[in-house]
Design a protein around this ligand. Structure first.
Ligand code: ADP
Ligand code: 5GP
Length: 185
């Protein structure tokens, strides 16, 4: 069985973080903690959910070549640390929770990466989930929803799509993908 680089992507509020947490309950994966310039949400921890950096620190790290990929969206930088992916795959499978542009950039560096786009049952449900999460202002939420059409338009470039309607069913489908991919030569 091989270790895989599993990239969970999809629109904001679709359930990436929730499903990532479910997969992480097993001992199969390490999570690649990204860097961001956005402020921590209530309950988030530096070094666990993200490394929280100022724009200046983030730009220094870009110049140093620390990021495997990075992108600016929703008014903030987000980036995957090379050190959290390179070298680690020889020991364990790695999960990334990153946006659609980042996912496609990762595939360029790691053609074997397994790209999964999570899809909402419909856009109204996505909006309800973002409202329910209550972690953004109404304006920030609108900003996130404005990107959905663009993101969903990229699904043809992904290896798999999984509809996150019933959470347990989506988790089951993800595990099937993981098992199939780990067993692939
Ligand atoms: P993302 O990481 O993609 O932005 P989250 O994992 O934060 O999304 O999920 C957004 C909100 O939707 C959270 O409040 C989460 O509890 C909820 N949620 C996730 N998956 C489901 C689901 N299948 N059914 C109902 N609510 C869900
Ligand atoms: P949030 O602010 O909700 O935590 O994340 C916003 C978006 O940024 C989500 O789609 C999330 O997957 C994405 N994201 C998180 N980390 C990274 C990263 O390292 N690179 C890229 N490109 N996107 C990321």
């Amino acid at each position: 069985m091989r270790n895989i680089l599993l990239v969970l992507s999809g629109p904001s509020g679709v359930g990436k973080g929730t499903l990532k947490e479910r997969l992480m309950r097993s001992d199969e994966f390490v999570f690649s903690v990204s860097c961001t310039t956005r402020a921590p949400r209530e309950g988030e921890q530096n070094g666990v959910d993200y490394f929280y950096l100022s724009r200046e620190e983030f730009e220094k790290r870009i110049a140093r070549g620390d990021f495997l990929e990075y992108d600016e969206h929703f008014g903030n930088y987000y980036g995957t640390l090379r050190s959290h992916v390179e070298g680690r795959l020889s020991e364990k499978s790695v999960i990334l929770d990153i946006d659609v542009v980042g996912a496609l950039n990762v595939k360029r560096c790691y053609p074997d990466a397994v790209l999964v786009m999570l899809l909402p049952p419909d856009v109204k449900t996505l909006e309800q989930r973002l409202i329910g999460r209550d972690s953004e202002t109404a304006a920030e939420r609108e900003n996130r929803l404005a990107r959905v059409r663009f993101e969903l338009g990229k699904q043809g470039e992904f290896d798999y799509t999984v509809v996150n309607d019933d959470l347990s069913e989506a988790e089951r489908r993800l595990w099937k993908i993981v098992t199939d991919e780990k067993n692939r030569e």
